[in-house]
Write a protein that binds this ligand. Structure first.
Ligand SMILES: Cc1cc2nc3c(=O)[nH]c(=O)nc-3n(C[C@H](O)[C@H](O)[C@H](O)COP(=O)(O)OP(=O)(O)OC[C@H]3O[C@@H](n4cnc5c(N)ncnc54)[C@H](O)[C@@H]3O)c2cc1C
Length: 377
């Protein structure tokens, strides 16, 4: 990514990033959202604007040049961005609330000092490729010791932001079954080959590719951390709630769309629907914040899965309500309602674990059964 405007001073209070996110969302992202959705890639101006507002370093500790905002503020920023432009929020999430925190929580102090300030300022953009470590079966990316280096071979099935990102955090499996995370530039010659951008129903502009790694050599200075499978499972559960903000953003934008339709038509019922969805969004956010703040609490995993599933459900329902209330024009590719509906659908897959997958399916089944019970005389 090209050099960004200067990052605001670290340690700014929590309100400032939210205000900056709201301003950027209203002035830059929302007006272009339907066009961006149909583009090949997120415009670089969006990333420069995020960098200028400090939002690419939102979750990076202040001592490494970021804003060091609490996790709930980073989630609220993500929610605001997702309400304005889903695909820009998606790319911001991979950099700011996935890649940078992974490096910051890692074991390599020299790497943190070297890499994080440039990532926090937006001088370099980073993406991630690690969801494959959750898949059962033979490892998709194998990491073998190679002298004092390691060697990566295999396939990273999903990597967002190709062509925009300079670096990627990639995970693979060591011979003893532990998982290693490394930071690598994406311009690593023949060792990293990207597929053509995957054709996607939602987030097509995320420039998501799969990568083939062939004998990618990585030195100890690029190793972020090595974790056991148990530690990875704990990280997966802890990571479930961040993308809930994407669903809440879609729900908020859909409720706003309903409210504006209600005003235009003088339709009190539609206005009531918009208010009800807004109330549900507030409650869902409060639930997410309550659990995200206490990952050590008993029953955390179960509640986190439930809280995330209800946010996904709310996002899809709210967007569907916006589609239905709009009418035929909602299906036009330049209409926000169908875009929000596709984005809300995609958020059911993001950072998906097996438990979330099961909870989502059960929740959808339960909704049908509940509705039938209520309809019975
Ligand atoms: C547009 C888009 C962009 C993405 N960008 C990125 C990115 O930048 N970086 C990144 O790391 N990921 C990215 N992802 C991946 C995304 O987070 C994954 O879709 C999600 O983690 C689900 O994993 P999967 O697609 O590998 O699905 P699957 O392999 O289908 O797995 C889904 C879940 O089910 C479980 N599961 C699958 N098969 C079995 C089985 N036989 N038995 C038991 N459990 C099973 C898996 O463990 C997993 O938890 C992206 C996905 C999309 C759609």
């Amino acid at each position: 990514m090209s050099p960004a405007s200067p990052t605001p001073p670290a340690g700014a209070d929590a309100i400032a990033p939210l205000e900056r996110a709201r301003e950027l969302a209203a002035l830059v992202l929302a007006p272009a959202a339907n066009t961006t959705d149909q583009a090949d890639s997120v415009p670089r101006e969006h990333l420069r604007a995020l960098a200028g507002a400090g939002l690419l370093g939102i979750a990076t500790p202040a001592r490494y040049g970021g804003l060091g905002a609490p996790a709930r503020v980073a989630r609220e920023v993500l929610e605001i961005l997702a309400g304005a432009c889903g695909v820009t929020a998606f790319v911001q999430m991979q950099h700011a609330t996935a890649a940078c925190p992974l490096i910051a929580r890692g074991d390599n102090e020299a790497l943190k000092e070297r890499a994080l300030p440039r990532l926090a300022s937006g001088e370099r953009l980073c993406t991630v490729g690690f969801s494959h470590v959750r898949r059962p079966g033979p490892p998709m990316v194998r990491i073998e010791p190679d002298g004092d280096h390691v060697r990566l071979d295999g396939t990273v099935p999903w990597l967002t932001g190709h062509g925009l990102a300079d670096d990627a955090v990639i995970a693979g499996t060591l011979p003893d079954g532990r998982l290693m995370y490394v930071l690598t530039p994406l311009s690593a010659g023949d060792s990293i080959e990207a597929s053509a951008p995957l054709r996607l129903s939602a987030m097509n502009a995320s420039a998501t590719v799969s990568l083939t790694l062939r004998a990618l050599r990585v030195g100890p200075e690029q190793v972020i951390a090595t974790v056991t499978r148990e530690q990875q499972a704990a990280r997966d559960v802890a990571g479930l709630l961040t993308p809930a903000a994407l669903s809440l953003g879609a729900a908020g934008a859909a409720a706003a769309l309903l409210a504006s339709l209600a005003e235009r038509r003088g339709d009190a019922q539609l206005a009531g629907a918009a208010r009800a969805l807004e109330d549900e969004r507030e409650a869902a956010r409060a639930e997410v914040n309550a659990w995200a703040d206490q990952p050590e609490a008993e029953g955390y995993a179960e509640h986190a899965v439930r809280a995330r599933a209800s946010c996904v459900d709310l996002g899809v329902r709210a967007a569907h309500a916006a589609v239905a209330a709009t009418g035929g024009s909602a299906n036009r590719l330049d209409h926000a309602a169908q875009r929000l509906f596709r984005e809300a659908m995609l958020y059911s897959l993001t950072a998906q674990t097996r438990d979330l997958q099961a909870a989502m399916v059960q929740r959808l089944l339960g909704r049908g059964a509940g509705a039938m019970d209520r309809a019975r005389p």
